[in-house]
Design a protein around this ligand. Structure first.
Ligand code: ADP
Ligand code: ZN
Length: 745
């Protein structure tokens, strides 16, 4: 009989400590690190994760009243040693609670808030299979014969489908079961997110010389079996995806598995189909718009080694693939790799660390690498490989800036579309070619203004204006999703001079339909993509030439390959340039370069027209010249002069709560603790100041920034200050510490 032992448990809450529980002798035998354990915490039961097993109570707990664990959920741990090790790294590096990280690493539904909600499980169904086929010798009814015949033809079947195909009732099957001719059994059925895409043919290309050279270098490193990192800088349309797939194939042929991370949900269907065509059933897909059951089944297939290729968004980096040989991070510069809530982590950086820990190769790919990655490549941390040309040496699109200041002067009022852009849309249509029109603002109007009192209509919960969505006749907050009916009179003065200002994608679509009645236009933005089917249908229609023009937000800029698109129009980027964030120039440069990459991918050249009131901004000039290096040099100078990453490590501390007075007081208190911890002056501390979004979801927000040339000092100062703050009574649940924030908004 085993002795009682103890489990150290991390709970999926924003608390930084772990807890120790006593296990029963039976639990002591069965429990393993990585298993879920239901434990009492405060007055309720929570599901936590075993992170360590102890034979004896640690000395520092001597005398403390240790509680009994409630129940062990898994015999087979849900979190493998590799994933546990990775989660520990994430928790240390990003200063996030380990329990929160493990929860984020598992599919949703595995750690329900209330125990009563039940854990997600395989979906079980009844199947039928034939036991003997000497049915001829038996006396059978017609229905019974049809059942036998159907099973002979198609093998074991779901009971449901068998009843349909053989056109019989369940009692017919039951009678055959009595005769021991068939067996009814229970098994898990797979909830497959990609069923519709089976049977698509995979295209096989001869690699171009530059593709071969890049692939050879990657394969050589993979052969060595040791960690290696690559930054693949390849212009849009240069054939990066082909390289990713070949490298993944290589990993499989070496007996290892492969993972590919993609930034957007919207991209996943396209890529996952291509991967499914290439790798068949070995592909598992992970992203947030799958249903929980689908996610769970895909995760299970990976965990038990059935699927050896994983494609997915951010959290797929934690997929329990065994013997990982390769991680591809496509569009590595994308900010969606960063999780914007605790645990804050950047999947690209986690991918690098995972590759190191598992001796895998990692390939970061982009047409517009992040400044950090480019810097790392320059310093020799990554191998740098390039695809400088498009496939078939197709020319890059020519880009041109349209100075909206002169358009304004000419017309005496602001215009949404310059004549030049309208003319280009018309010509493109006449030639039977397609266009993409981009504006980074969804909705119909960006805000509503009262002409009588000058008030704008604000979100009651956030410090932003509400956006008018005409088709649903509501005004909406794009941050908290607060909806209200469109007002007929101004809520502050009661007069009816309500006026809509600024255009969104919905209005652009309508304007284009009015200006060009025969133009076939559809819109792609978060409003339409909320409905996955509509979105996929629009892309399919555009791809098949049933649409002439797509209007949309940045979702359109990425990844898509439409050979007949020869015009990209950017209605405005000025709002993005003006954001109070040190990455706003980099983001704008990337956006323009990416969207320009959508034009001229077929055999006709493309062109890009960018409307702006800031025609001389360096991000726009270099994007138009498609000169990444020049942009990089200028941006690096700016970052160096202003002490921003990659020259310093950066952390932000956001203090948020409904009560403004408390937020202010807590912020000042934290500043004091930071100063006290920063005696050696190794860090520079800025703030507290109201965050650029000073109110969000009903909470006020203050922000502090910490910069330092030494990442170690940065962490020491931040950790010491927050520890002191907590001891002084500040609730750390309303304090977010973010290491390497991608945005300081
Ligand atoms: P990227 O990911 O760099 O934007 P893609 O991999 O999507 O580029 O390739 C652009 C287009 O070129 C795709 O239609 C792809 O099928 C095609 N392609 C890629 N490699 C080759 C090749 N070696 N020969 C011919 N066509 C290719
Ligand atoms: Zn809001």
């Amino acid at each position: 009989m085993a002795n009682t032992s103890y489990a150290e448990v991390a709970v999926p809450l924003h608390v930084f400590q772990t807890f120790t529980y006593r296990l029963t002798p039976e639990q002591s035998v069965l429990a393993e690190v990585g298993a879920r354990l239901v434990v009492p915490l405060g007055r309720s039961l929570v599901t936590g994760y075993v992170v360590d097993l102890l034979d004896e109570l640690p000395a520092e707990l001597g005398g403390v009243d240790v509680k009994d664990a409630h129940s062990l959920v898994d015999i087979d741990p849900v979190c493998s040693p590799e994933i546990m090790q990775l989660a520990r790294w994430v928790s240390d590096y990003y200063a996030c609670p380990l329990g929160e990280v493990i929860k984020a690493a598992l599919p949703p539904g595995m750690t329900p808030k209330k125990k009563t909600a039940g854990f997600i499980k395989p979906k079980l169904r009844r199947f039928v299979r034939l036991l003997q086929s000497n049915a001829e010798e038996q006396k059978l009814s017609d229905g019974q014969r049809r059942v036998i015949f159907t099973l002979e033809a198609s093998g074991p079947m779901l009971l449901q489908s068998l009843l349909k195909t053989a056109n019989v009732s369940a009692s017919t099957v039951a009678s055959l079961e009595k005769k021991a001719l068939v067996e009814v059994y229970v098994d898990a059925i797979r909830r497959d997110p990609l069923t519709e895409s089976l049977g698509i043919k995979s295209e096989d290309h001869m690699l171009t010389a530059p593709q071969s050279s890049v692939l050879t270098q990657i394969e050589q490193q993979m052969n060595s079996g040791a960690y290696a990192a690559f930054l693949l800088h390849g212009v849009t349309g240069s054939g990066k995806t082909e390289i990713y797939m070949r490298a993944m194939n290589k990993a499989l042929s070496l007996g290892r598995s492969a993972m590919m991370l993609v930034p957007e949900i919207a991209l996943t269907p396209v890529f996952s189909r291509r991967l499914r065509a290439r790798f068949g059933d070995q592909v598992a897909i992970f992203h947030s718009s799958l249903q929980k059951g689908e996610r769970f089944d895909e995760w299970t297939r990976v965990k038990n080694g059935e699927a050896r290729v994983v494609i997915g968004t951010r959290s797929a980096v934690f997929a329990p693939v065994r013997n990982l040989g390769l991680i591809v991070v496509d569009e590595e510069h994308e900010s969606s790799y960063r999780q914007q809530e605790s645990p804050y982590y950047n999947a690209r950086d986690v991918a690098i660390v995972r590759a190191q820990k598992e001796s895998a190769t990692v390939v970061l790919g982009s047409a517009t690498p992040s400044l950090e990655s480019f810097h790392n490549a320059r310093k020799g941390k990554y191998h740098f490989v390039t695809l400088p040309e498009r496939i078939y040496a197709r020319p890059m699109a020519t880009a041109k800036i349209i100075d909206m200041r002169t358009v304004f002067v000419r017309h005496g009022k602001p215009r949404v579309f310059s004549d030049e852009l309208l003319e280009a849309i018309r010509e493109t249509r006449e030639r039977g070619e397609q266009s993409i029109i981009l504006l980074n603002r969804r909705g119909y109007s960006s805000f509503i203004l009262c002409r009588s009192c000058g008030e704008t209509i604000q979100c009651p919960n956030c410090d932003v204006t509400l956006t008018y969505h005409r088709s649903e006749r509501v005004i909406v907050c794009h941050y908290c999703n607060h909806h209200e009916a469109v007002p007929h009179v101004c809520p502050s003065c009661g007069k009816k001079y309500i006026y809509y200002v600024g255009e969104g994608t919905e209005q652009l679509e309508e304007m284009l339909k009015l200006l060009f009645p025969s133009l076939r236009v559809a819109r792609i933005d978060r409003d339409t993509t909320a409905r996955r089917k509509v979105f996929e249908q629009s892309l399919a229609d555009f791809s098949a030439g049933r649409l002439d023009t797509l209007v949309g937000t940045q979702m359109l800029a990425k990844g898509h390959d439409f050979p007949n698109v020869t015009l990209v129009g950017v209605v405005s980027v000025d709002a993005g340039l003006a954001l109070p964030d040190f990455r706003s120039a980099e983001r704008t440069f990337q956006l323009i370069t990416q969207v320009a990459g959508r034009a001229g991918r077929g055999d006709r050249p493309g062109r890009v027209l960018i409307q702006t009131y800031h025609p001389y901004h360096y991000a726009l000039r270099h994007a138009c010249a498609q000169d990444y290096e020049a942009f990089y040099e200028e941006e690096l100078r700016y970052r160096q002069n202003h002490s921003y990453p990659p020259f310093v490590a950066l952390a932000s501390i956001l203090i948020h709560a409904p009560d403004l007075g408390r937020v202010r007081a807590d912020s000042l208190e934290i500043r004091k603790h930071l100063d006290a911890a920063n005696g050696e002056r190794k860090c520079r501390i800025l703030g507290p100041a109201p965050a650029p979004l000073s109110r969000l979801k009903g909470e006020h927000r203050f922000q502090l920034l910490i910069k330092s040339r030494s990442r170690k000092s940065l962490r020491e100062v931040a950790d010491a200050a927050l520890k002191a703050a907590a001891e002084g009574g500040i609730n750390l649940r309303s304090v977010n510490l973010e290491i390497d924030p991608v945005s300081i908004m």
